[in-house]
Design a binder for this molecule. Structure first.
Ligand code: C5P
Length: 235
C-alpha cells in the first residue's frame, strides 16, 4: 500500500536494508529518523533511493532559513522523497525550505521532495506549551501551525491521529497529513508500548490521513512482510 510508510527504527544500516528488502512491494516507503541517520549517514539514504525506494528523511530541521534551506537542498540531492521541518521555525524558514526543495530538485532534474511541517510534538501537553510561552490549548496551536505551514507553501504536516480531522477541515483535501501512532486493528506490538491516543491504520485513513507511519508493529514482528500485508489489507 502506497500510503503505508515504515519507520526503520533499527540499530544498523545492515538491518535497515534487510528490512527494506523484505518489505519492498508491500509498503509505500521508508522513514529514516535521527538515530539511523546519525549512525549510518547519507550512505543508508542513498542505498535505498538508488534501489528506487521512497525515503522520508525525518530529521525535523529547525534553524535559520538559510541553514534549513541548505539542509533541504542536501536532502534533495540524496534523492529523498519526503523531508520535514519544525513549523515553529516560522514562515520565512518554511518558505526557504520549500524553495530550496524545488530549486535543488530542478537543478538535478528530479522531482522535488515533499516538505512536511511538524506542528506540536505529541510529547507536549498544554502545560509544556505554557512553559515555552504558548498559552493556548494544544489543538489550537496545532491548527495555527498547520495553517501557517500551508500558507508558507509546505506540502503537509505530521499529525497525531486525533488531529487529522481538524487539519483536514482547515487545510483542504490536497494537503498531506502524515500520521504516526498507529495501533490496534492489525497493528500490534508485543510487550510494553509507549504510544497513547492511537488509532488503527484503517481508522486513520478513514479520518483523512494521507500517509501512515508504522514502526514496531512491522519492524518488531516475527514476519515483517506478513505484518505489513495485514495492515495494508485492513485499509
Ligand atoms: O514504532 P512506532 O509505530 O511507534 O513508530 C512510530 C514512528 O513515528 C517512530 O519513528 C516515532 O519516532 C515517530 N513519531 C511518533 N509520534 C510522533 C512523531 C513521530 O511516533 N508524534
Amino acid at each position: 500500500m502506497d500510503q503505508l510508510l515504515v519507520a526503520l527504527d533499527v540499530e544498523s544500516g545492515a538491518r535497515a536494508l534487510q528490512l527494506a528488502d523484505q518489505l519492498r512491494g508491500v509498503v509505500g516507503g521508508y522513514k529514516i529518523g535521527k538515530r539511523l541517520f546519525t549512525l549510518e549517514g547519507p550512505p543508508i539514504v542513498r542505498a535505498l533511493t538508488e534501489r528506487g525506494d521512497r525515503v522520508f528523511l525525518d530529521l525535523k530541521f529547525h534553524d535559520i532559513p538559510n541553514t534549513v534551506a541548505a539542509a533541504i537542498a542536501a536532502a534533495a540531492s540524496l534523492g529523498v522523497w519526503m523531508v520535514n521541518v519544525h513549523a515553529s521555525g516560522g514562515r520565512r524558514m518554511m518558505e526557504a525550505a520549500r524553495d530550496a526543495a524545488r530549486e535543488s530538485a530542478a537543478r538535478e532534474d528530479r522531482p522535488a521532495p515533499l516538505v512536511i511541517g511538524v506542528t506540536v510534538l505529541t510529547s507536549m501537553n498544554a502545560e509544556a506549551l505554557a512553559e515555552v510561552g504558548v498559552d493556548r490549548p494544544v489543538a489550537e496551536q496545532v491548527r495555527r501551525l498547520s495553517r501557517l505551514a500551508r500558507d508558507a507553501g509546505l506540502d503537509g504536516v505530521v499529525a497525531s491521529p486525533q488531529e487529522i480531522g481538524l487539519i483536514r477541515e482547515d487545510c483542504g483535501p490536497a494537503f498531506s497529513i502524515v500520521t504516526p501512532g498507529i495501533r490496534g486493528g492489525t497493528a500490534v506490538v508485543s510487550g510494553r508500548d509507549d504510544q497513547e491516543r492511537t488509532m488503527s491504520a484503517r481508522e486513520a485513513i478513514l479520518a483523512g490521513a494521507s500517509y501512515i507511519v508504522v514502526g514496531r508493529p512491522i519492524v518488531g514482528a516475527a514476519d515483517p512482510r506478513a505484518a505489513a500485508q495485514r495492515i495494508s489489507s485492513e485499509c
